[in-house]
Design a binder for this molecule. Sequence first.
Ligand code: COA
Length: 435
Amino acid sequence: MTDFRECYAAKRMSVEDLAAEVQNGWTLCTDAALSEPVGFLAALAERAGKGELSNVTIQTLLDVYPLEVYADPALAGKLLGCSWFSSGGARKAVNEGRADFIPNYYRDIPRHIRANYEYDAVCVSVSPMDKHGYFSLGATASYSPAMIEKAKRVYVEVNRNQPRAVCGAQLHVSQVDAIVEHDVELPVLPAPKLDEVSLTIGGYIAERIPDGACIQLGIGAIPDATGMALKAKHDLGIHTEMFTDSMVELIECGAVNNSKKQIHVGQSVTTFAFGSKRMYDFIDDNPGIAILPVDYVNDPAVICRNDNMISINAALEVDLWGQVCAESVGTKHMSGTGGQVDYVRGACQSKGGKSFIAFSSTAKGGTISKVKPILTPGAVVTTSKNDVDYIVTEYGVAHLRGESLASRARQLIAIAHPDFRDELRFEAKKRGILI
Ligand code: COA
């Protein structure tokens, strides 16, 4: 048997040499967030900047590094970014028509990859090889298995700061074609802002969550802040798409112990983690955190297997029918659907489950109401009127699921900012939905 350390040495090269392997017209991909191989991608951008590459596409999701492929307009025609979730640097590039976007439910990405894509190479950030010859894919496992199946070459970028997920995706050195070493500090999310609005919203939601519930917190400031309101709960569990800092707090203070879950008892389940350095240290070598593929973690049929499943997600606006937009401000891209709908559906199918969409009642210093008579033209519907359950602002809670249009309009107007309620009432009457 070949010694895997020799195997490692034989496959090791510099980021520049690895970037030099890439040919014109290749399609490359990486997994979400901390999975991005930032050294390799920078070397590739440098080659492209020198005119050495053309027509190379790179698929990414949740860009947490300032990647040149999205940041540098001069790379047009050389490197094309294609995002599964147009946030971070990708957001600006997509809005400027310099990058592409693939609409999706997060749980379906592995299926789309297996059905639609072939990659010339996949490159992911991994933690250093362990004593058995395995690399941990670290804080992300979402669609790497599908990507690797569909890739002609597998490249890994070893970063000693990448946490090792002992209950997460692993890759053996024998499955890898090339290895580069590139240590960078992992990007961090600013701590959630605990202001009066988020504390009030957190309080409303906490009142509706029983001890023993299983929670998911979505991306954005409000869901993470809401997590902080759950510290007085007992026996909570975690089954989530994104593992967040407030979840670390909930585990450390004893509110979460995962003891009442029906699946993965004793473990918090996620598909990727993004937060603070403290959180990365927390998930490192932690058998209490399972980081598993998104087609499993975000499948509503899996989510609903835990009783009292509670999902808490954010939005940009909602209309009086209860259609939720969480992805665009009018025609301006802000992000993707991510797992919002996966968790709304999964929570609503769970015994005792509830789904909350929470946001401050206004944007832009109180000048814009997030409760709208109709969605802003061009706005994308993320959660449909048929799936929506609870909507929460700092003015209260509306329960829309199964309710009539008139009841929805009345409840939503009651939780809109007082400055906008007359206008909303007028528009609702004009449209005949306030009977
Ligand atoms: N009209 C105009 N601008 C608005 C607005 C509205 N109705 N609502 C928000 N904005 C602006 C904010 O003022 C802010 O602007 P700024 O960047 O200039 O400060 C910006 O849009 C972002 O709004 P904010 O509320 O701070 O966003 P967030 O970071 O909390 O994220 C979502 C909210 C909805 C974008 C985010 O949750 C998301 O991407 N959701 C979709 C995916 C998802 O829910 N996944 C769940 C599983 S992880």
